[in-house]
Design a protein around this ligand. Structure first.
Ligand code: F6R
Length: 247
């Protein structure tokens, strides 16, 4: 695993954006696996800036998002489809038909999981998969559990995830209890993985993911087994990993 420790969120975002830009420049029709949440917002802002300056084009890029809340319509302002439009897609030249997010309104979530998995497989999986990390070590919405889920599936969100994401909703009661998420197997098939993490509240998860045992109780720990992972974290998120690393 390659680790970049950056001073703060902005530096983390610039570093991550440069890695994504390098991917897009070297393979303009690449498949980008994308994430939502607070962690990648600055990364997307930097990519938009380079697009506006004429330095980067997403014209041939295909994208697959990690996850979507189950029960939210695409135009719900907390859906992940809405997030992607607002934070990236509406501001760059990616073709709308080349962007993919699981359907949060699918009547049959198992069938939707299977459809999405096939779609990602049909695209040859991600050339580069961007990930954030939950405070409990989740990636995508693969929550700590007894075994690593393999393919795209319906997930019951952990209480800690519902609490963490309540900041985006009127109250915790409004946070959906379930989500459709790529599985760990889907994520691990990406050729490159880029993880962005910031803030002291992620420090323990980062330390466990990087230096702890590989266990489904810390889903991000599986990344230790992937041959091409880059972790870009700010100093606060690295504080505990730095201690363990020195010991
Ligand atoms: C988002 C996702 C989640 C988030 C994680 C961190 O698509 O799959 O795993 O990356 O919950 O969220 P933030 O960045 O809001 O702290």
């Amino acid at each position: 695993m390659r680790i970049y420790q950056e001073k703060d969120y902005n530096a983390m975002s610039r570093r991550a954006a440069s890695i994504i830009a390098a991917q897009v420049v070297s393979k303009p029709d690449c498949v980008l696996g994308l994430a939502t949440g607070s962690s990648p917002v600055g990364t997307y802002q930097q990519l938009i800036k380079w697009y506006e300056q004429g330095d980067l084009s997403f014209r041939e890029v295909r994208s697959v998002n990690l996850d979507e809340y189950y029960g939210l319509a695409p135009d719900h302002d907390q859906s992940y489809r809405y997030f992607m439009q607002a934070n990236l897609f509406d501001h760059v030249d990616i073709r709308p038909e080349n962007t993919n997010v699981p359907d949060g309104l699918a009547k049959d979530p198992a069938a939707e999981g299977a459809r999405y998995e096939k779609l990602v497989e049909g695209l040859g999986y991600a050339d580069l998969q961007l990930l954030g990390m939950g405070r409990n070590g989740h990636i995508g919405f693969n929550e700590p559990c007894g075994e690593f889920p393999v393919a795209t599936h319906l997930v019951d969100l952990a209480e800690s995830t519902i609490e963490a994401n309540a900041r985006f909703f009127a109250s915790a009661d409004d946070v959906p209890r379930q989500a459709l998420s790529m599985g760990i197997g889907t994520i691990m098939r990406a050729r490159k993985i880029l993880v962005v993490v910031s803030g002291a509240d992620k420090a323990e998860a980062v330390a466990k993911a990087v230096f702890g045992p590989v266990t489904p109780e810390v889903p991000a720990s599986i990344l230790q087994l992937h041959p091409d992972v880059t972790l870009v974290a700010d100093e606060a998120a690295m504080s505990k990993a730095a201690e363990v690393g020195k010991a």
